[in-house]
Design a protein around this ligand. Structure first.
Ligand SMILES: [Zn+2]
Length: 137
């Protein structure tokens, strides 16, 4: 029997498809508004700040900090129940986007993760997409 995998995103969705396609090359992208300069994340058609529709895609460095996190200790999902305890975290990238991910590469997520901890992206590879996870930097 195949190992269960995490639920994967729909890579053909109109607004977010280009973001997921870029992850195949391990590029973590975000949008910047050409009109007002606001950083937009997750990907969308219109700027969250000024509603302009001219958005430029940029590559993030992958460096960031933990904004907040929670440790999941119990899950009934076939993939996640095998990886508890694990940390779900809001990551603030140094360019400004905030994204929800996991902090990996720690022995004990209850002890080894803290607010403002520097992290670096780490890619979990799948056939059609790579998932951005973060480890202590
Ligand atoms: Zn704007």
């Amino acid at each position: 029997m195949a190992e269960p995998t995490r639920p994967l995103p729909n890579t053909s969705e109109f607004d977010t498809g280009p973001f997921w396609k870029a992850t195949r090359d391990k590029r973590l992208t975000y949008q910047v508004c050409d009109d007002c300069g606001a950083v937009n994340f997750y990907p969308r058609r219109h700027c969250m700040s000024c509603l302009g529709n001219s958005l430029t895609v940029r590559d993030a460095s992958g460096r960031g900090k933990v904004y907040s996190f929670s440790v999941i200790r119990q899950s009934y999902h076939p993939f996640f129940r095998n990886v508890v305890p694990y940390a779900v975290a809001w990551i603030d990238l140094e360019e400004g986007p905030r994204l929800l991910s996991n902090v990996v590469g720690v022995e004990d997520p209850l002890q080894d993760i803290s607010i403002d901890m520097p992290v670096m992206v780490e890619w979990e590879e799948h056939e059609d997409v790579c998932i951005p996870l973060f480890r202590p930097a």
